[in-house]
Design a protein around this ligand. Structure first.
Ligand SMILES: [Ca+2]
Ligand SMILES: [Ca+2]
Ligand SMILES: [Ca+2]
Ligand SMILES: [Ca+2]
Length: 273
């Protein structure tokens, strides 16, 4: 291969890596977990998703209402079991699997709590910036992405220690509507997912249009590290995921610059000879 051909091949390879659009993830927002690669055979390995899934976290617990989940109690009925995250060129996709039913009575006075919102912290600075509202308990619209205003909090101030208000944000209290997402929350539960095969699970699945995330998302992916969390209104159990920042974004233009520098240097050397 001629020198120029080799340099061009390297350039094309790097340019391709830089400009290639993200593959279409193609998730169907229907509370069916199969499109994330989750199979239901009653084994612990069922929680492991397809290799293409960007990031995930599993914390599958079981048992009755006295079982400690961290920071609170509640067993399977309040179990935050897993969260999965992926994106393509159009949407940010989130899947939450939990023991919390969409029909669970939300009545804090009777010590019964329903689902909280999917909250996103860009910058991972402890301040949530967005929320996809899941239920209408705060008078906000389920399925809408809001820029966060104020929050409702759980009932725990430390593991096993209750306090009012608790320290964990669970859902938006106020916010500014940014636009519609796709949202699905299992109408009926399913089992056979994971080693506690008879336990009942519900899936909350959403597709958030990247265009709604403004400058927090660029053409090559997230512009900064971010953290996605879900819990229920009491925050008995909390699950979150924090994808590694996408290193190639600043790195690839730097490599391209290095290749262009090498080409220029090569041309100069040829001239010098
Ligand atoms: Ca699905
Ligand atoms: Ca859990
Ligand atoms: Ca469980
Ligand atoms: Ca933030």
């Amino acid at each position: 291969m001629h020198r120029r051909s080799r340099v061009f091949a390297a350039f094309a390879l790097l340019a391709g890596a830089w400009f290639a659009p993200a593959a279409s993830a193609g998730y169907v927002i229907d509370s069916n977990v199969a499109d994330w690669g989750l199979v239901r055979t009653g084994q612990a390995s069922n929680w492991t998703p397809s290799s293409g899934v960007e990031q995930y976290m599993v914390d599958d617990q079981t048992g009755g209402s006295n079982v400690f989940l961290n920071p609170g109690y509640g067993g399977q009925k309040y179990d935050a079991e897993a969260i999965y995250l992926d994106w393509d060129a159009t949407n940010l996709y989130v899947l939450v699997v939990t023991g919390v039913s969409p029909n669970q009575v939300h009545n804090p006075a009777a010590n019964s709590y329903g689902a909280g919102d999917i909250l996103i912290d860009f910058g991972v600075n402890g301040s949530f910036d967005y929320g996809v509202v899941v239920k209408n308990y705060a008078g906000l619209n389920p399925g809408t992405l809001y820029r966060a205003g104020t929050f409702n909090y759980g009932i725990w101030t430390a593991p096993g220690v209750t306090g009012t208000p608790g320290t964990d944000p669970v859902a938006l209290k106020t916010g500014t509507a940014l636009g519609a997402t796709q949202l699905s929350y299992s109408a009926t539960g399913f089992n056979n997912l994971g080693q506690y095969a008879s336990d009942t699970h519900y899936a909350i699945e959403t597709a958030i249009p990247l265009a709604l995330l403004g400058s927090d998302w660029g053409v090559n992916g997230p512009n900064k590290a971010f953290f996605v969390q879900w819990t229920m209104y009491c925050a008995n159990d909390i699950i979150g995921v924090d994808p590694a920042p996408s290193v190639p974004e600043p790195g690839v233009p730097a490599l391209l610059a290095a290749v262009l520098g090498a080409v220029t240097l090569g041309a100069r050397r040829r001239v010098a000879r």
